[in-house]
Design a protein around this ligand. Sequence first.
Ligand SMILES: C[S@@+](CC[C@H](N)C(=O)[O-])C[C@H]1O[C@@H](n2cnc3c(N)ncnc32)[C@H](O)[C@@H]1O
Length: 283
Amino acid sequence: MTKDQIYKYFADKIYEKSGIHYPETNYYQLDSRLNALTKYLDANSLEEMFQKFKAHPSQELLNYLIDLATNNETSFFRDRSPFHAIVEMAKEAKKTTTSSLQPFRVWSAASSNGQESYSILMALKEKAPEVFSGGGMKLLATDIKQECLNRTSEGFYNHLEVQRGLPAALMIKYFKKMEDERWQAKPELRDLIKTEKLNLFADSYNVDKMDVIFCRNVLIYQTMENKIEIVKKLERCLKPGGYLILGSSENLMGISENFERERIQDCTCYKIPAVTSAASVSA
Ligand SMILES: C[S@@+](CC[C@H](N)C(=O)[O-])C[C@H]1O[C@@H](n2cnc3c(N)ncnc32)[C@H](O)[C@@H]1O
């Protein structure tokens, strides 16, 4: 087996299980990831690791491979404007919602280590506290990587992580300094987050209808065909009039025409019109 054939075997496996696409031009990005797998399997070479992997590709090993394949780059208040936009959305939803007992539902799909979820909650606590009364709000954080979800529920962040985007005033208000110098999100935030392992590449998503879905910086790793399928499934998870928010370098061009593009607080948001959404729900 040549090195490229081995890379192709793993790139295909990663794609088959997660939709994460490593084209041949990006095989170099697999280098350090497959080195980690070589160590994990206590093998002395890439070839030996490949043979061991192929002999027993257990679920645990496949999960480990997918975990290695993911890029978990994130930070607090990443790109800022989505967190201003969600404040507007929450205020509007609170005004227009028919039942005061209906919660405002937000989903951070591909939530990584939770900074996005905590940023959403802090933005709402600071600028739209009314959303926590009545039916309140519910935040679902999902990711393909279990370790990310564990970190999200525990809410511990080290010195470098809190320095990336978290204003000092919010850090002091919503996080507690631990003896080991890490900071832990306080229960008033932690208790509002429900985590769940969810692969966006799965056939369907078993989640409640959402007011807002953050699906940022994850579609970039998928092929065009998969992006179309994932956005179709996300659309089905939105309430009529609900919003999808993508990463700053992502858009729906060539992916879906079912959304209305709206600029809210400098953030490009994709709104599912009430009529189309209602039609797709009943379909
Ligand atoms: C670059 S991070 C983005 C995190 C956050 N949304 C942000 O914008 O800061 C991408 C996340 O997507 C997750 N991911 C990758 N493929 C996925 C899939 N098929 N289903 C669910 N999550 C996936 C990764 O584990 C990673 O945590």
